[in-house]
Design a protein around this ligand. Sequence first.
Ligand SMILES: [Zn+2]
Length: 315
Amino acid sequence: MGLKSLRGNEELKRRLTAALASGKTAQSYLLVGPEGSGRRTLATLLAAALECTADGDKPCLACRQCKKVLAGTHPDVVWLGKRDKKRISVDEARWVKNDLYVRPNEGKKKIYVFPPTHLLGREAQNALLKVIEEPPEYGVFLMLTAQAEQLLPTIRSRSSELTLLPVPEAEAMDWLRQNAKGADDAMLSGAYARAGGYLGAAAQLLHGETDENARVLAAAYADRDRYALTERLFRMEKLKREQLIATLDALRKMLADGLAAKYGRRAVASGEKLSETRTAAELLSACRIVEQALAAADANVGVGHICGWLATQMR
Ligand SMILES: [Zn+2]
């Protein structure tokens, strides 16, 4: 692991190593790349490098500080809004403002990692502006973003931008072969193309292919087999909410994949089949239906209700 794991990002590694070696690190970084491009990995490595106590190359990934950062248990590395995809509220932004003035517990720096900027609204950014402009010397902000333009110009101008680049195909194929077992090369290269060369995104697409329920639903929808669709949805009524969300998310990606294939993009296996038998309008409408179901699942509507509703809508 280490900076080595940022595959294909030679330029990025070079810039990071140079910044760390010169001791001139920024206090605010923008980690720029789409979902699945490795922003969280980069944030973790950068945080480890900033806290690392080794003498040589940082992060050493072996010292106590590095290990805690990697394990997600370092008290001075704070991940905001992690995973639950909630918008950062103005209150949380104010909390950061206050918390920042409490000195680091054991680390050299106090590091705040912000979720992708679409979850960081204007008001929250405004609330943070002052501290980002004049943080205490130990304060560091890492902001994940797909589009740096989503940030206030004042924040952007004070941040150092690190852009994650797509990985070359040959290198990506090696990694995918090891990390997505059971998929053949055609599937891997389809996923690579669909993911725009970003490994995490490609792995996610392939993972969707291994969700048995999603695969059966996609195949039944492609075959216009309403009986098979209804039967599978009926069985899914026993799923836990998180399982249903994972399945619907995988199904939505497959449908979107099929839609993209309509416009000449290379697709993963199930997407290919969908694009052969369904029109673009049908795929678009199915995507919207699944999105509605996902929103309902997020809003705590019962799993049985959602499956029943889907059975009446997916035609
Ligand atoms: Zn270390």
